[in-house]
Design a protein around this ligand. Structure first.
Ligand code: CU
Length: 283
């Protein structure tokens, strides 16, 4: 890392922990220096204008204004640099995150379901198959509406707040939302994406360093928005397997303890929470 890259750190960016993150960091680094140069340039020009065109020296307005073409060339250069950044770097980089997914079973698919005010995670369990979900099965003990009659869902893992993933394996996060627009943002992984009701939006990244990282919601989604802060734990493969086992045991215990939810009951349980869950219009 060159010393020029310290500007990212200086501006509070956490260290990168994903395989593609350094490419994003290079763009950010360039943008920060470019914006810094523009800020100094425009500020100097502004001060020069205040002094040079002060009223005492120019009592009458000049209706013709500037006669040289320098400002036009400068403006055009700025637009050109910005267009190259956007079309040449930012859009192709983003396209890789949302279009070119790792093939077959190489990637670990996780369903991320946002709601006011937490992120729920749905993993397929040992059989590798996601169980069917339906809103009619939703209840406090079954927040994602897993179909209790679907055998594929029996070993599924549903968790909230903390997600574990193995290091050096691509993770595909399929984003969706139960209520309003949220944004699943992992600053250290240099990845994020809106979770929009009615849409399934996959994004992917490969964590390259074990550790604990921040998960935040990057859309102002209501009064409890700040409370959506969660954790992503990047484990060694052995630790990840241990976590899966622990979650599976917990899920097994909870499933046998909780009564099987009936399609009618969850709706009445959900109703009282609906008005409280949409405070956005008051903002
Ligand atoms: Cu949110």
């Amino acid at each position: 890392m060159s010393s020029l890259a310290l500007i990212n750190e200086f501006l509070g960016q956490p260290p990168n922990a994903s395989s593609h993150g350094y490419q994003i960091d290079h763009i950010l680094e360039f943008c920060h220096w470019f914006m810094g140069a523009l800020f100094v340039g425009w500020s100097a020009f502004f001060i020069l204008t205040l002094i040079r065109f002060r009223k005492r020296r120019h009592p009458g307005a000049d209706h013709l204004g500037v006669r040289s073409g320098i400002s036009t060339h400068l403006e055009f250069s700025v637009v050109l640099i910005e267009a190259v950044l956007l079309l040449g770097f930012a859009i192709p980089l983003w396209a890789k995150r949302v279009n070119q997914f790792p093939p077959g079973k190489e990637g670990l698919l996780v369903h991320v379901v946002a709601q006011q005010f937490s992120f729920n995670y749905h993993l397929p369990g040992p059989d590798g198959q996601f169980g069917r979900r339906d809103i009619s099965f939703e209840s406090n003990s079954n927040p994602l509406g897993l179909d209790p009659n679907d055998p594929a869902g029996k070993d599924d893992i549903v968790t909230a707040g903390e997600l574990h993933v193995p290091v050096n394996r691509p993770v595909i996060a399929e984003l969706s939302s139960k209520d309003v627009i949220h944004d699943f943002f992992l600053p250290s992984m240099r990845i994020g994406g809106d979770a929009i009701p009615g849409s399934l939006i996959p994004v992917w990244f490969t964590p390259i360093k074990t550790g604990t990282y921040e998960v935040i919601c990057a859309q102002l989604c209501g009064l409890g928005h700040y409370g959506m802060k969660g954790t992503l734990v990047v484990d060694t493969p052995a630790d990840y397997e241990a976590w899966l086992k622990e979650r599976a045991e917990l899920a097994g215990g909870a499933q046998s303890a909780a009564p099987s939810p009936s399609p009618g009951a969850p709706q009445s349980q959900n109703k009282p929470s609906a008005p409280a869950a949409s405070p956005t219009p008051q903002l």
